[in-house]
Design a protein. Structure first.
Length: 182
């Protein structure tokens, strides 16, 4: 079963379905964390990938709105492939991070990044506080595929919060907040 969910995650990744990719990574980590033959390094790697894949899920892909019958059937089939009772959402995957003790097993740099993004997000200082984690993510071959999706999630969150706080803002200030490279 471990191999099944790993292969399913690869298929969803190739199909650019971030939500179901993260759900498959969650199932994979859940099984590998219980495996007596998996090493601590394998468990830590699986936890880190589950954490990153979940953080890389855009908010809009979690919406429960399914416009047409084709979409509903597709989601139901994908949900059954993962052996879920209900379609996963970004929020349900984030809840599972706590339930599966992912944060205790994952890379500490990624755990800090998770806390910055999900619990302590502030648009004015996120850029500087997240540089080390983003640098590690973009330079680690296993984490690199999540870089663009993570940046999109970060920018969505950043623009949303800035729009709620500021009535007007200078473009160069906004660009400075949204630039994550040296």
């Amino acid at each position: 079963m471990i191999q099944y969910y790993d292969n399913l995650a690869k298929i969803f990744s190739r199909g650019e379905n971030a939500l179901f990719h993260a759900a498959a990574k969650q199932k994979y980590f859940g099984l590998i964390s219980l495996s007596p033959i998996a090493s601590d390094k394998e468990k830590a790697n699986a936890a880190s990938l589950q954490l990153l894949s979940t953080l890389a899920v855009p908010k809009e892909s979690s919406s429960d709105i399914q416009d047409d019958m084709f979409t509903k059937r597709k989601v139901n089939r994908l949900t059954s492939l993962l052996n879920f009772n209900r379609a996963p959402t970004r929020d349900s995957l984030l809840e599972q991070i706590e339930t599966l003790n992912t944060l205790k097993t994952a890379d500490p740099v990624l755990v800090e990044f998770y806390n910055l993004l999900e619990n302590k997000f502030h648009p004015l200082d996120f850029n500087t506080k997240s540089k080390a984690a983003l640098s590690k993510i973009s330079s680690t071959p296993e984490y690199k595929p999540y870089t663009n999706d993570l940046l999109n999630v970060i920018l969505d969150k950043l623009f949303l919060q800035v729009s709620e706080v500021y009535e007007t803002i200078k473009l160069d200030f906004l660009v400075k907040l949204a630039t994550f490279e040296d």
